[in-house]
Write a protein that binds this ligand. Structure first.
Ligand code: FA5
Length: 359
C-alpha cells in the first residue's frame, strides 16, 4: 500500500508540473481528486472498510497526499495565470504589424519582361534557341566562314567535339554535311544563330524577338561581362526596308524609356547584314549635352543592326530575291544600365543585396 501511494504521488506531481493550460490542469484535478471517481478520493473512501490499525496508518498519509496535490494544483494554476497575463501584456495590438518582405524580380528580369511586353504589343512573336550552339549556326550560316577575321569579333568558349554527329557523315546531303562539318559545339556568342534556326522552319512574313543568354571569352570591365543577355530581332517580308526598322526601334525605345527618344543610325559592319548599322540613342540622362553616362559624347550605343544579308537567306533555304528583312541585336544589361543609371555591369551578378534591393 505504501509503495502504491508513493507511485501515485510521483505520477500526479509529474503530470501537474508538465501541464500547459488550465483546462488540462482541471482534468488532472478530476483524475486524482474528483468527488466520485478521483483516484485518491477512492482510496480515502475505502478507509472505513479497513482495520483500525490500517486506518491509523493510512489515514494521515492519504490526507497529507491530498493536501500536497491540492497545493501543487493551486500553485500550477497561479503560475499558468501569471504566464498568460505576461504574454498579454507583451502584445500591443495597437502597434502596426511587421511588413513581410516578399522579394522581387531581378532588375534584368524586369527589363527583359518589359522588352517582351513592348514587342508583343508591336505584334512580334517571342522565340528561344539553345545556349549550347554549333559552329554552323553561330558562325558559318551567318556568313562568318572559318578563318574569316570577323570571327575574332566574338571570342568564343568552345566545347568538346560531338563525336556521334561526325561519325555518321556518309548518308548526308551537301548542306547537312556542311552543318556536320561545322558541328563543333560552343556556347553561343550572340542570339543571331536563332535567326537561321527560325527561318529554316518558317516562311515570311514574320517578326520575332529572341531574348537569351550569351557567352564571350573576354575580360570583364564596367561594360563587359563573359555571361550577358541579348535580345535579337528579325522581321522578314517581301518589302521590308530600313524605314520600317527605324520606326519599330523608335517606337520600342519611346515605350521603354517612356519619353521621345532621338535615334541615330551609323554605318557599321556585321557579316550577316548589309548594310550594317550601329544604333545610338541621344543620351536619356543629359539629353545630348554630355554627361558621365554617355561618356560626354551625348549618345549611347545600344545595338547592332542591319538588313539581312542575302547569304543568310540562302543558308536558311530562302531565295534571297524573294525577301527583305532587318535584324538587330541589343545588349540587355546595357539597356538596364541606361534605364536604371547603373554604373558597372558587374553589379548585376555580384549577389550584393544592397544593390538588388534598390529595384
Ligand atoms: C552582335 O552580337 C550581333 N549579333 C548583333 C546584331 C544582330 C547585329 C543582328 C546585326 C544584326 P555585338 O557584338 O555588337 O553584335 O553585340 C550586340 C550588343 O551586345 C552590343 O551592342 C552590346 O550592347 C552587347 N554586348 C556585346 N558584348 C558585351 C559584353 N561583353 N558584355 C555585355 N554586353 C555586351
Amino acid at each position: 500500500m505504501r509503495i502504491d501511494l508513493e507511485k501515485l504521488k510521483k505520477e500526479a506531481l509529474g503530470l501537474i508540473s508538465g501541464v500547459k493550460d488550465a483546462k488540462a490542469l482541471e482534468d488532472l484535478r478530476i483524475k486524482y481528486l474528483g468527488r466520485t471517481n478521483g483516484e485518491l478520493t477512492k482510496l480515502m473512501k475505502s478507509l472505513p472498510k479497513m482495520s483500525l490499525a490500517d486506518r491509523r496508518k493510512f489515514g494521515p498519509l492519504l490526507n497529507s497526499l491530498k493536501r500536497e496535490l491540492e497545493a501543487a494544483l493551486e500553485n500550477k494554476l497561479a503560475a499558468l495565470k501569471a504566464q498568460s497575463s505576461k504574454l498579454k501584456a507583451s502584445i500591443d495590438i495597437t502597434m502596426p504589424g511587421k511588413k513581410v518582405s516578399l522579394g522581387h524580380l531581378h532588375p534584368l528580369t524586369m527589363v527583359e519582361k518589359e522588352i517582351r511586353e513592348i514587342f508583343t504589343a508591336l505584334n512580334f512573336s517571342i522565340v528561344e534557341g539553345p545556349e549550347v550552339e554549333s559552329e554552323y549556326y553561330n558562325f558559318d550560316a551567318l556568313n562568318i566562314p572559318k578563318d574569316h577575321p570577323a570571327r575574332e569579333m566574338w571570342d568564343t568558349f568552345w566545347l568538346r567535339q560531338n563525336e556521334q554527329l561526325t561519325n555518321n557523315k556518309k548518308q548526308l546531303t551537301k548542306s547537312e554535311k556542311l552543318k556536320v562539318n561545322s558541328s563543333k559545339l560552343l556556347l553561343r556568342t550572340h542570339t543571331s544563330p536563332v535567326q537561321i534556326r527560325y527561318m529554316e522552319t518558317h516562311q515570311p512574313p514574320f517578326q520575332i524577338i529572341v531574348p537569351g543568354r550569351v557567352f564571350r571569352y573576354e575580360a570583364t570591365d564596367v561594360s563587359h561581362e563573359t555571361n550577358f543577355h541579348q535580345v535579337e530581332g528579325l522581321m522578314v517580308g517581301k518589302d521590308i526596308n530600313l524605314a520600317n526598322f527605324k520606326f519599330v526601334i523608335g517606337e520600342f525605345f519611346k515605350r521603354l524609356f517612356k519619353k521621345n527618344v532621338v535615334i541615330r543610325l551609323r554605318p557599321s559592319y556585321f557579316p550577316f547584314v548589309e548594310p550594317g548599322l550601329e544604333v545610338d540613342v541621344k543620351c536619356v540622362r543629359c539629353g545630348g549635352k554630355g554627361c558621365g553616362l554617355c561618356k560626354e559624347s551625348g549618345w549611347l550605343e545600344v545595338m547592332g543592326a542591319g538588313m539581312v544579308h542575302p547569304k543568310v537567306f540562302e543558308a536558311a533555304g530562302y531565295n534571297p530575291r524573294d525577301f527583305r528583312g532587318f535584324a538587330f541585336g541589343l545588349g540587355l544589361e546595357r539597356i538596364a544600365m541606361i534605364k536604371y543609371n547603373i554604373p558597372d555591369i558587374r553589379l548585376f551578378y555580384s549577389g550584393d543585396l544592397r544593390f538588388i534591393k534598390q529595384f
